[in-house]
Write a protein that binds this ligand. Structure first.
Ligand code: URP
Ligand code: ZN
Ligand code: ZN
Length: 461
């Protein structure tokens, strides 16, 4: 069955135009002014007049069913991708995070098993949390045989999944040889350990001390170090979840030099600030790493997105219930780190980015849909509305006003970091490979329908 999406405004990373989109057999076959003549018997027609038609959004940073800090994040691949489709996210890139000592391929097998439940498409980044001859030998196998060409390293989380500079540099050399890109959680882990110990010894255990233990300069320093090491190794680098001006400064320097360095931030860093972590213990529900920052940091992130120093906006979707968060009551080092948001990104970025005049509609589509596809080798199969590409489409109604609430969201989390936020614009329909998975408030896809996406060698974008 084909689908004709009729009369909408097609918004891409380059332009906006009134056009129809015709999809057949899971792919886009035509984009044009009036495609009514292409419609065949049995095809479905969706009236998109007054609506925006976008490429399916890609969330390049999620953690579904992640075992982390003694807990497991609330959304598994099924519920997390259902929530994603409600928010127009039709592809996620989740992180395989093997345990220390575990082989990358064992970790991958575990993630493949968990991800079988996904309702929409997914790819993986591979985290390297250790270094050994075995891991060195596995990196090219992961890249070439499994199509996973981005490798994550954590400079924080010392004593758990964090690595030191020697390990980091070894990983970079191997990823370069395998034709991959390194993605980095860049925060100085030693600063964090020392400050956390000091604060706890002083009786400062409330959630705000999690924020104080990761000053913005600890992020800027680690970004600078990662960029320098990547430059020496000759490997492209994608810095995940940039939260502050200090890291933006490093992205600017790197990109001004023409280095292969890319920046991601997440919706929460634009909109939520550190004051939310102040109440003790209620602030536990706003704890993630890097932490929420200040309003001037938010302005710096908007400017960096507008000016092209930051290319992608993801979510780092990793929600924990209040009960799980409260395990760190009185000791912030025990709060499972992470927030939800896979469902709200597109609408929040439209409402507080496009509608507030901070970014153009093209930038909105680029940072949420197209740039993640380009950087991670999925373009133009994903991230575009072009003949031959997957029919992953979002029909977005810019006229709907609504409020975010944990009472109505599809994530399993018992709270939302954006509770009560008013939003202008809502996803009406999400289509994945020509199948309507979400329409007018109802999910209508099936568990297991998601496909794993193999990715090629990194190409400079
Ligand atoms: O607090 C966060 N961001 N939790 C998820 C793991 C990570 O560091 O990305
Ligand atoms: Zn991280
Ligand atoms: Zn993350």
């Amino acid at each position: 069955m084909g689908i004709l999406v009729k009369g909408g405004t097609v918004v891409t990373a380059l332009d906006s135009a009134r056009a129809d989109v015709y999809c057949d057999n899971g792919t886009v076959t035509a984009v044009g002014i009036d495609l009514s003549s292409m419609k065949r018997k049995g095809d479905r027609e969706i009236d998109a007049s007054g609506k925006l038609v976008l490429p399916g959004a890609i969330d390049a940073h999620t953690h579904m069913e992640l075992p982390f800090m003694g807990e497991v994040s609330k959304d598994d691949f099924e519920q997390g991708t259902i929530a994603g489709t409600a928010g127009g996210t039709t592809t996620i890139i989740d992180f395989v995070i093997p345990t220390k000592g575990q082989s990358l391929l064992e970790g991958l097998a575990k993630w493949k098993e968990k991800a079988q439940k996904a309702v929409s498409d997914y790819a993986f980044h591979m985290a390297v949390v250790d270094w050994s001859d075995k891991i060195k030998a596995e990196i090219p196998v992961v890249a070439k045989e499994h199509g996973i060409t981005s490798f994550k390293m954590f400079m924080a989380y010392k004593g758990a999944i964090g690595i030191d500079d020697e390990q980091l540099f070894n990983i970079m050399l191997s990823v370069r040889d395998a034709g991959g890109i390194v993605t980095g959680h860049c925060v100085n882990g030693d600063v964090l350990v020392v400050l956390a110990k000091k604060f706890l010894a002083e009786g400062k255990g409330g959630p705000i001390w999690h924020v104080r233990a990761q000053p913005p300069e600890a992020e800027g320093e680690a970004c600078h170090r990662a960029i320098s090491l990547a430059t020496i190794a000759g490997v492209p680098l994608y810095i995940v979840h940039n939260s502050c001006d200090s890291s933006v400064e490093q992205l600017k320097l790197a990109r001004a030099k023409g280095l292969h360095v890319y920046g991601e931030t997440c919706t929460q860093y634009f909109l939520l600030d550190e004051s939310l972590c102040e109440p003790d213990p209620a602030g536990v529900n706003y704890i993630l790493s890097p932490p929420l920052r200040t309003k001037p940091d938010q302005e710096s992130l908007w400017a960096a997105l507008r000016d092209g120093y930051i290319q992608t906006v993801a979510t780092d979707h990793c929600p924990f219930d209040t009960k799980q968060k409260l395990l760190g009551k009185g000791n912030f080092t025990k709060i499972p780190n992470g927030l939800g948001g896979v469902e709200e990104r597109l609408a929040l970025m439209y409402s507080y980015g496009v509608k507030k005049g901070r970014i153009t509609a093209q930038k909105w589509v680029d940072c949420c849909c197209t740039a993640p596809a380009r950087i991670f080798g999925l373009y133009p199969r994903k991230g575009a509305i072009a003949p031959g590409g997957d029919a992953d489409l979002v029909i977005f109604d810019p006229s709907v006003e609504w409020s975010i609430s944990a009472k109505t969201h599809l994530s399993r989390s018992d709270h939302s970091p954006f509770e009560g936020w008013r939003v202008q614009g809502k996803v009406e329909t999400s289509i994945v490979r020509g199948r309507v998975l979400y329409e007018k408030g109802k999910f209508q896809g099936s568990k297991g329908d998601g496909q794993f996406l193999r990715r090629p060698r990194f190409e400079r974008v």
